[in-house]
Design a protein around this ligand. Structure first.
Ligand code: M6R
Length: 607
């Protein structure tokens, strides 16, 4: 999704802005641009394609210590130079970069055109500099405020004025912005990842707020007037930086980081001797937990799949009703919010618009919602106010891998807490705690010897269609495996509960069709064997993920991929690994852009 970076301070702005844009690249984009402000006016350079192209084009800049920059992911208007941000007013004295969507763009554009404004792009964003120009009477803050009073939609914006090279204005409604407070310099960004190189002291802007930013800091105000007393937050020291650490892609780095990310997620949370766990951020006592009658998770994509695993574990082990909801469906269907239901909003980025919309719907109806979030200080974490961080560390590849296993782990830790308030004995709790604590070692053990993934790649890479299937805890894993394969390789595939396969998808099978079966030891294994026989009878070739030592399944497989033996509820943490590797290696074999697949963005901040 689009990214914003802005700088004001004593140093040359251009290198800092370009470096910030590179840190935002992982979010997905199709063009990039920069604007610098000095006494003579505003200098811009824009380029379609990668930031590297912009870097080549941004030569001979003026000496400027203030500027704004943007990576654009096209929504209104095609991927063209004219549509690339920054956009300017008529006299080119005001420059704007914008994330979000201006919903009343057509009406605003018509009014401005009637006043004689000539538009240079097809974007919704371009109405903003013209509107700000219309309201500018010498006070830049007031001009932005007055202009935004006419705007419907979502925005995170940074505005530079040629008349005021000593300040920037930022405003937010529905699209995140964070202000980094350095030593005599201030950096604004849509993502803390672009700020950590400069400072860890930040101010988060909330919706309907505007900030006047100078090299000395920022003053935050309400858009409709009134000062805001915003505390400075600290980005955690181990927030991490987005470097490849010797890996060819972030996706591979993040797959191999999972033993460590899971250890971080579990650290200090499991009370082995009490057969229990504690997630401090939930702020819930056993008495509060006893009063929970139902659990519902909301999330999108991978986060939805993690919520499915979590809700299955809760139903299975805590014996209370639990279900996972797709956030975009949930938020828009006027859901019934139970007073005794505990909701979890699961999100890696903490910025996903649909998940945020679901949270707001739950809160409006008086429900209690907790975040299960990776990015510290993100909008979802702050909107929920309580919850748990999963501490996966920065996830840069668009395809989510380590965030999934950490989200699942955090939900399993919660399951243990909840189950102990119900019918889980001390001894059973100890067993569960042990299974969780040893999970990172099991992940390590698998990654040390991942099995014949290359043989599976050969079956999948040229396939016209692949089917993933699993039952119980392995069904969300099958869904996640198919999502990874689609995202990274564009190989057509889908996932089904193995028992549902006979009700339609079996018609897709022909001689040689790869069917990826997730079948670890556990309550569902024997039933899946029947499904394997059904698909093999139709000529399918099965790639079977099974528990080490399960010779019967190994014999049935065209490609047999053993994973370490773990308790059934922990199995998604190991069975998903070969599927992540399969997607990664098929992507490599097909020459795909692994970390930045086509049409996708890391953080989906529009509905
Ligand atoms: O940041 P979130 O976890 O809220 O993102 C949700 C989905 O957009 C995300 O999981 C998406 O499906 C990934 N690209 C999957 O790999």
């Amino acid at each position: 999704m689009c990214g914003i970076i802005a700088y004001i301070g004593p140093e040359e702005a251009l290198p800092r802005l370009l470096e910030g844009l590179k840190r935002l690249e992982y979010r997905g984009y199709d063009s990039a641009g920069v604007a610098l402000v000095d006494e003579s006016g505003i200098w811009t350079r824009r380029e379609v394609g990668r930031v590297a192209g912009l870097v080549r084009k941004a030569v001979d800049p003026p000496h400027a210590t203030v500027g704004i920059a943007h990576t654009r992911w096209a929504t209104h208007g095609g991927v063209t130079l004219a549509n690339t941000h920054p956009h300017m007013d008529g006299p080119e004295r005001i420059a704007v970069v914008h994330n979000g969507i201006i919903e009343n763009m057509d009406a605003l554009k018509a009014q401005l055109e009637a006043e004689g404004v000539e538009f240079r792009s097809e974007t919704d964003t371009e109405v903003l500099p013209h509107l700000i120009r219309r309201h500018y009477k010498g006070d830049p803050l007031q001009a932005v405020r007055s202009a935004l009073a006419h705007v419907h939609g979502s925005y995170g914006i940074a505005v530079a004025f040629a008349e005021h090279p000593d300040l920037l204005i930022a405003a937010r409604f529905g699209s995140p912005l964070v202000i980094g407070l350095g030593d005599g310099e201030t950096v604004l960004a849509s993502d803390p990842q672009a700020i950590v190189a400069h400072t860890r002291r930040v101010l988060y802007l909330d919706d309907r707020e505007v900030a006047l930013i100078t090299a000395e800091g920022a003053s935050v105000q309400r858009l409709d007037g009134g000062e805001v007393d915003r505390d400075v937050s600290l980005i955690e020291a181990d927030y991490g930086v987005a470097d490849l650490a010797g890996h060819p892609h972030f996706m591979s780095k993040e797959i191999w980081e999972q033993p460590e990310s899971l250890r971080r997620c579990l650290r200090g949370r499991i009370q082995r001797e009490h057969g229990n766990a504690k997630l401090g951020g939930l702020n819930m006592s056993p008495r509060d937990l006893v009063n929970v009658r139902e659990v519902v998770t909301v999330g999108c994509g991978t986060a939805f799949h993690a919520g499915m695993v979590g809700s299955m574990a809760i139903e299975h082990l805590a014996r209370i009703p639990a279900r996972a909801e797709v956030a975009s469906e949930f938020r828009n269907r006027h859901p019934i919010i139970g007073p005794d239901t505990l909701y979890f909003a699961v999100s890696q980025s903490g910025e996903t618009a649909d998940t945020l919309g679901a949270i707001e719907e739950i809160q409006v109806k008086g429900g209690q919602v907790m975040g299960v979030v990776n990015v510290v200080g993100s909008t979802i974490a702050r909107t929920c106010g309580a919850g748990t961080y999963v501490y996966a560390g920065p996830e840069i590849a668009v395809a989510s891998t380590k965030a999934f296993t950490s989200q699942v782990t955090a939900m399993l830790v919660f399951t243990l807490m909840l189950a102990r308030t119900r019918n889980l004995s001390l001894a059973q709790g100890e067993g569960m705690a042990e299974a969780l604590l040893t999970a990172p070692d099991k992940v390590s053990e698998y990654l040390a010897d991942p099995g014949p993934i290359d043989a599976a790649v050969e079956l999948v890479k040229d396939a016209r269609y692949c089917l993933f299937m699993g039952r119980g805890f392995s069904y969300p894993v099958a869904l996640e495996g198919a999502l990874k394969l689609k995202e990274i390789t564009y190989v057509p595939c889908e996932a089904y509960p193995a028992g549902e396969m006979k009700h339609g998808p079996i018609a897709m099978l022909e001689k040689g069709t790869p069917v990826i079966v997730v079948a670890p030891r556990g309550s569902q294994r024997d039933k899946v064997i029947s499904n394997i026989k059904e698909v093999e009878a139709r000529g399918a070739k099965c790639i079977i993920i099974h528990t080490q030592g399960d010779e019967e399944l190994a014999r049935l497989a065209a490609v047999s991929i053993p994973v370490p033996d773990v308790r059934e509820f922990v199995s998604p943490l190991v069975t998903v690994l070969p599927l992540q590797l399969l997607a990664y290696k098929v992507g490599l074999a097909l020459g795909r852009d692994i970390d930045k697949p086509r049409n996708l963005a890391k953080s989906v901040t529009v509905e």
